[in-house]
Write a protein that binds this ligand. Sequence first.
Ligand code: GLN
Length: 614
Amino acid sequence: MTPALPVAPSPIQSYLDTLHRAFSGLSHGQVATYIPELAKVAPDGFGIVLATVDGHVYEVGDTRLPFSIQSVSKPFVYGVALEDCGRARVEQAIGMEPTGDPFNAISLEPGTGRPLNPMINAGAIAAAALVAGATEADRLARVLGALSAFAGRALDVDAAIFESERDTGHRNRAIGHMLRNYGIVDGDPEPALGLYFRQCAVRVDCRDLALMAATLANGGINPATGARAVRSEFIEPMLSLMTTCGMYDFSGAWVYNVGLPAKSGVGGGIIAVLPGQLGIGVYSPRLDERGNSARGVAVCQRISSDLGLHFLQPPRPSVATVRARYTLQGVRSKRRRTPAESRLLDGLGQQVEVFELQGDLRFATLEPVLRAIVAGSALMMVLDFKRVGHVDGGATRMLAGLASRCAALGQPLLLSRVRRGDLLAGLDGMLAPQAIRSVTFQPALDAALEWCERRLLARPAPDGAARAVLPLADSRLCRGLTADELVQLQAQLRRSQHESGSLIVQRGEPADALYLLSAGEVSVIVSLPGGGHKRLSTLSAGMVFGEAALIAGGQRSADVRADTAVDCWALSAEVFERLKLEQPRLAITLLHNLLATASETIGRLTAEVAALEG
Ligand code: GLN
């Protein structure tokens, strides 16, 4: 029996426990009293929650105690306004400048009357006025639905808090009328005020706040439910305004000391967001003179410095983007090559550069790769994406730029193993028309290497002379034949020439001859059971096709088409039967060579199947 391990909390949990203990004695500040119901709140509630972008929650203290969200609702309702009306309309009604004034200041832009930002009451009331819905109930449902999606559970309005603010919120009512005066709110401001008072009275707990923050950190998808709470394009504006305006007239010091987009509320809650990493929720209802949770500010400051969360800290260097870099001289495709082709590739291989990339591609990680490409002198380039995670918009644009450069230089650019959806979708739209023809997508790295090899081998000889026909002696089929036997064989072969595109062997025809390719390339094509065709392989000079004719006879099982002008030697089954009797050694050597090639093919297929299953 394995002895049970003693139970011990995670270091992060222990850290939060210690933090909570360290700050539990901090009791300066007062609960808000200007909304009568808030004055009744127990002043010493204290919870801290940290939620990661993969949905793990660490919590300590009063994390399930309900309280009113108050101004923490503002960035979320601003997001609703952006979704419902679009950026242009929202920007017309609400600015994006910090005021340096308290949250309830009547700071409207001189001239236009536009509230300076959506985090102060004036801007938040203007945002509430932009929420879509035919009736007040519809608009409330829209706001509650959005806040609930961020929290990952159904939230409701605390009626007592709502009524308390509705009956006493004369200053906010005055702001509403100012907005109407400037035409920022059309008609009666009361419905927008009603929605605003209700959104502020939404009941949350500290855990909800952390998950709402983590949803912002996670690009708008709630990490616990997996449901999208806001369109990803609006995360940036929401977090930007939280950064510059979220803590009102304390925002400058907050960014300086804590360095996280954040939002506070007079209910005692604070959220803080580290994009891509985590969300923090703190609850402690005693407020400082600016209306921010006094203990919440202190705790956030400590967490940020202890855990190194300031968002302007330079990101740690990640792994090198280039996982492997080589040329075709060192690494070849799995395609079998004749000795003559291998010699040619030995000489030309360094003209093809392969970069196997890894990690996320963004400006900082892709830039060194582009620099290496520009400094190099390759004629063709393969970029392999197998281990690439995310490619952001900026990196996609730079890849499109690389394609344009390749097109201008006449360099083929091969992108292998790009997963559809992430890179491909964006890149297609960004490629300049003339760049499209330089880019080739390959499903496998091996296919990309083979593509480049074929290009190298197809290039005309340097002096422009036509490519020589491969001598019979250099083909695999003739290995081991004596000079005499070669001459005798040659006499039995029929020369067969084909134009590019023509069919050399047709499926279903009698298999009556073997072909030995001496120049050009052919493709073996099979028809698929469900219709359509599939290229099985491509063969080049020195290789054999239709060999079943000599062994099994019967009918052709596939089409063979000339991809280029093709020169072949044909050995008919009839002639071979005669050779077996008259030249048994010659016939045995040919059969031996055919068998050797066939078993190599079987070996390669076995390895491929094993790789598929692995
Ligand atoms: N409902 C509160 C008000 O309008 C919200 C203010 C706040 O949380 N800072 O006064």
